[in-house]
Write a new protein. Structure first.
Length: 287
């Protein structure tokens, strides 16, 4: 079995957990791969189960069976972006705070890894958003597991976001911004602006305005096969786009197109580590 380990090498708790994972991998003769930053921080040298250089980290000739994301939800999003469409299931190990995507707690790690070895797990498919833009703009990392956020720059006045669904005009949001979220991302930024929570299996995307000027405009769920076109107007001539936290600045003459990505992220589910359990434990659902 080949396992890729992802984590923030600047966080001490992550390094402690990665060191524990390495001990487990060696004991069970599992081949593991790390980023150069993790190797350096852990002072790893030439071992028989040695990681490849970063540029060959996920090469197709030696496929990865699982990716372990060690950290919080931000690390999970980084891992998902690195995996891309390679069809590698991801296990989220929570060393952060809330850890809604990183469902496995550190005290469960050995149990979870044993289940992976035994094949006792299921894989949940999570839809992503794909964002593209008109001539004059370029999205560096175009796929989002959580959300695409369109926002005003800094302290500038609100922006106007003319929105079309499948070519039909929907609304011109006058707000600080607009969040287009997946079902997975419904518990992230979308939730903080009053958007609804959706089960990950729901085939829908959410349009949730940020500090909208219109009291009769509320978050809206749309089918996940909808084509969303956005034309943004601002007083200072620019706006910001955040794709799972990766931000870029665009000018008003650049329009955006958002639709469902042509691949999914595979999230490993083991035992009680699932969405409903996370709702109860991490959001105190119903208490």
């Amino acid at each position: 079995m080949n396992v890729a380990i992802f984590g923030n090498a600047m966080k001490q708790q992550t390094l402690i957990e990665v060191a524990h994972l390495i001990d487990f991998m060696r004991e069970h003769r599992i081949r593991f791969y790390l980023s150069q930053e993790l190797r350096q921080e852990l002072n790893l040298r030439e071992y028989d189960v040695y990681p490849r250089p970063d540029e060959d980290f996920l090469r197709d000739s030696d496929p990865i069976d699982f990716a372990l994301s060690v950290g919080g939800d931000g690390t999970f999003l980084t891992t998902a972006a690195a995996i891309g469409n390679r069809n590698v299931p991801i296990v989220g190990i929570n060393c952060g705070r809330l850890g809604f995507l990183a469902e496995v707690q550190t005290q469960q790690v050995d149990y979870i890894l044993d289940k992976l070895i035994e094949g006792d797990y299921s894989v949940e498919q999570r839809s992503l958003l794909h964002v593209s833009c008109s001539e004059g703009g370029y999205i560096l990392a175009p796929d989002a597991l959580n959300e695409v956020g369109i926002m005003k720059q800094g302290l500038s006045s609100m922006i106007t976001i003319e929105t079309r669904l499948n070519g039909e005009f929907l609304h011109a949001y006058e707000a600080d911004g607009l969040i287009v979220a997946t079902a997975t991302g419904s518990t992230a930024y979308n939730l903080s602006v009053g958007g609804p929570i959706m089960m990950p299996q729901v085939k829908a995307f959410l349009l949730s305005p940020i500090a909208t000027h219109s009291l009769n405009v509320r978050p809206l769920a749309v089918p996940d096969d909808a084509k969303i076109d956005l034309v943004i107007k601002s007083r200072n001539g620019g706006y910001m786009v955040s794709v799972d936290g990766r931000s870029q600045i665009f000018t008003d003459n650049v329009t955006l197109h958002i639709e469902k990505a042509d691949y999914t992220v595979k999230v490993v589910q083991i035992g009680e580590n699932n969405f409903i359990h996370s709702l109860k434990v991490k959001l105190n659902w119903g208490r």
